[in-house]
Design a protein around this ligand. Sequence first.
Ligand SMILES: C[S@@+](CC[C@H](N)C(=O)[O-])C[C@H]1O[C@@H](n2cnc3c(N)ncnc32)[C@H](O)[C@@H]1O
Length: 230
Amino acid sequence: MADKRLIPWWRLLWLRFRLYWLAPWLQGIQLGFLLLRHKEMEPLALDYLRTYNTMVHAMDLSTQTREAEGSGLGGPLTYGETPWTTFMKVLEHVPIGPQDVFVDLGCGAGFLCLLVAKVYEIPVLGVDLIPGFITRGQSLAAQHGLFKLEFRCDDFTSTDLSQGTIFYITCTCFPMVLMEQLSRILSRQPSGTWLITVTRPLSGPSFELIKTLTGRYSWGKDEIYLQRVR
Ligand SMILES: C[S@@+](CC[C@H](N)C(=O)[O-])C[C@H]1O[C@@H](n2cnc3c(N)ncnc32)[C@H](O)[C@@H]1O
């Protein structure tokens, strides 16, 4: 009997087409929408696109690190990105003030961190295990004078996150055990801390679900959960 978990060939073909042929066009459209709303992002976004061109380059960087470590596809290091337009839509639902500190747990190539640091001018922390993402993010931040933005190469389950007031986590590929660990860690944050997760919420009595949204991601439509620490 055929394994129902296998992705049909036509879906794989469509995915490849989207990634390799459509990606530059989609990137251009995203850039257009970003600049309509945040014109001040132009030099930074263009430098970011000179660094990564399209998401495929970030995926390659992630794949090389995973292969060197022997960890397979589908594990927590699997790469995918939040489209800029989806992220801007999410931010409309979170009241960001000057007292806030934004944290992206598993920041990947770090565009979300760059955007928040530039537009909202608040302290930002991006954490990822892949050194290539972190060094590139650090040089973009330095080039654009984003001194309140820290890119940290570390495991987010063991690094100090106590300053964060708004957390964003694209946890689509995180196994249950990692989600439970994250739920334990984040339940210690002060009351009122915002937790935005993709695909699944954090679990436990410490979290209050404020709302759910649907957004487009590089892997298709997905659920976004906005929770707060009670
Ligand atoms: C799906 S990508 C999300 C990238 C970015 N946040 C976005 O939404 O565009 C998830 C990232 O989490 C990182 N990651 C997974 N487990 C991690 C851990 N324990 N500590 C730090 N980073 C981790 C991976 O390396 C990967 O870059």
